[in-house]
Design a protein around this ligand. Structure first.
Ligand code: 5GP
Ligand code: ZN
Length: 113
């Protein structure tokens, strides 16, 4: 997608701190972290939001959770973590390339995003 900032990050056209990468997925540090650990886990395929997911995306989506688990296993500061997906403008989504926020490294209250 031409005007998508995350597609540009995936194509390494915009710099970011890459935490993990494979052929389907990338994990980067959020530029404005809301917790000591604030990763953005996203598929490389441009999917706008949860509303746009199709059946073919099933493996990629389960992969997002699996990567969160792998990251958690490797970092005791991320033993417990919060996963957040904002899907749609009114839910707070500002970058329209599906991504999961992974927040950890501090006590996070149930109401906190
Ligand atoms: P959303 O509000 O769409 O759920 O989350 C977008 C997130 O992307 C925000 O937490 C914001 O800080 C982060 N973000 C926006 N632009 C960039 C960028 O250029 N690089 C990185 N690493 N994060 C970004
Ligand atoms: Zn994109």
């Amino acid at each position: 997608m031409q005007d998508c900032i995350f597609c540009k990050i995936i194509d390494h056209k915009i710099p970011s701190t890459i935490v993990f990468e494979n052929k389907d997925m990338i994990v980067i540090n959020d530029i404005a972290p809301k917790a000591p650990i604030h990763y953005l886990i996203m598929p490389k395929k441009h999917i706008k939001d949860v509303q746009s997911i199709t059946k073919e995306d099933a493996d990629v989506l389960s992969g997002m959770f699996y990567i969160a688990q792998e990251i958690s296993k490797k970092n005791e500061k991320a033993a417990d973590f919060k996963l957040v997906i904002n899907s749609g403008y009114n839910a707070g989504q500002r970058v329209f390339h599906l991504h999961m926020h992974m927040l950890a490294g501090k006590m996070i209250s149930a109401s906190e995003i």
